[in-house]
Write a protein that binds this ligand. Structure first.
Ligand code: R1P
Ligand code: URA
Length: 290
């Protein structure tokens, strides 16, 4: 029996588009590039040979077009894992729910999702400008804990080691550890991106150990993260969406990964606020390999 979704659960606008993204099913390609910044959508689409549609609502800006014969949708998610919950659920609905009958489609359509982001580097070998592919993500954001099947898709052994090492405070909620799609990592990270473990945080300041005027609950957090090692894995970077992207994609059956350019190194205290053109190198690699 295919599932039926009521109006309140799957909100469809009068024009037949999905509630937040304002996309219609026919707008969505099988290959999807997710970026945080709506301005980065134009940078990605500037490489397209032809453009088929452009749609915008709130922070969600979408362009679908052709790049060297490949149909690709590029979409901005804004900042944070809460937006990823919206974007992934709405993309999956566009692909796998019939908007006329509100029933799940008879056959599953798999999407390939690659997030191109910016991040903070946590090791001396991840200076500004490094491209990091997240082989594993550690979600500090709690999102996956709300979905059944979380324990089936997460690396529970890694989670236990991490919590012990960090003297984890349960008030923070359970961190979840999730792998990116391994075939995508091989294809897109190839041999010129650093493969690493990314912590996806529910904030840019306190959760990433940045102290401005308010003192941090755990001033040793970043030192412990930088020293963590398990089965040869070191933690390489902080950003804010990779765990939600990898986790929801895995629960839904899609292929997903994140790659980011380092714009600040937390060890050397360097930052590059003027990165908007240099991220084009990462965009070009992903477009060629997706
Ligand atoms: C914070 O500045 C934002 O930058 C990073 C973080 O994940 C967060 O979204 O990614 P984007 O540059 O893709 O937005
Ligand atoms: N994005 C983040 O989330 N953190 C950084 O330090 C840089 C970019």
């Amino acid at each position: 029996m295919k599932k039926y979704f009521a109006e309140s659960e799957l909100i469809i606008n009068k024009d037949g588009s999905i509630f937040h993204l304002h996309l219609k099913p026919e707008h969505l390609a099988d290959k999807v590039i997710l970026v945080g910044d709506p301005g980065r959508v134009s940078l990605v689409a500037s490489h397209f040979n032809t453009t088929e549609c452009e749609v915008e609502n709130r922070e969600f800006r979408t362009i679908t077009g052709l790049y060297k014969g490949k149909r690709i949708t590029v979409l901005s998610t804004g900042i944070g894992c809460d937006n990823i919950d919206i974007v992934l659920n709405e993309l999956d609905a566009l692909a796998n729910i019939d908007f006329n009958t509100r029933n799940e489609q008879e056959t599953f359509r798999q999407l390939t999702l690659v997030r191109i982001g910016t991040c903070g580097g946590l090791q001396l070998y991840t200076p500004t400008g490094t491209f990091i592919a997240s082989e594993k993500s550690i979600g500090f954001d709690g999102l996956l804990n709300f979905y059944v099947g979380r324990n089936d898709v997460c690396d529970l052994d890694f989670e236990e080691h991490f919590k012990t090492h960090m003297h984890w405070n349960p008030q923070l909620g359970a961190p979840y550890v999730i792998d990116a799609d391994s075939e995508l990592i091989e294809r897109i990270a190839a041999d010129d991106m650093v493969r690493g473990v990314t912590i996806a945080c529910g904030g840019f300041f306190g959760p990433q150990g940045r102290e401005l005027r308010i003192p941090l609950a755990d001033p040793k957090q970043n030192e412990k993260i930088e020293n963590f090692e398990h089965n040869g894995y070191r933690i390489t970077n902080f950003e804010m969406e990779s765990s939600a992207v990898a986790g929801l994609a895995r629960l839904m059956g899609h292929k997903a990964m994140t790659c980011c350019m380092v714009i600040a190194n937390r060890r050397t205290k360097e930052a590059n606020a003027n990165y908007k053109n240099s991220i084009d190198g990462l965009i070009q690699l992903v477009l060629d390999r997706i």
